[in-house]
Design a protein around this ligand. Sequence first.
Ligand SMILES: [Zn+2]
Length: 120
Amino acid sequence: MKMDAKFIEDRKVALEKRRDKILKELKADAVQVAENDYDAKFVDYGDKDDENAAEVATFEKNLSLEKTLEVSLFNVNRALKKVEEGKYGLCEKCDGPIQPKRLEAFPSATSCMKCKKKSL
Ligand SMILES: [Zn+2]
């Protein structure tokens, strides 16, 4: 099944917007160590015990945020690559079309609802 070109173009725009937003957030809370690889930022508040505790808390927060963002970025880039390859909107598991409603809600979805449910 061939996807509507306009629909794909709209998803591409949504994906690029999402990518820019993720990159912005990553730059605020993480340090880029390589292409598409980021490390959480370690903040230095001071040397007192409570300051050290706050540093660790912030680092842990940044670390989990950074991981989430990195995974999102990976998925968005993968979806954009599929757009380029003309494979966007096809389920990676069964090769069937992914429901347009699902792609509207999650432009970076790589599997259809049926396969997604099976893998859960
Ligand atoms: Zn599927």
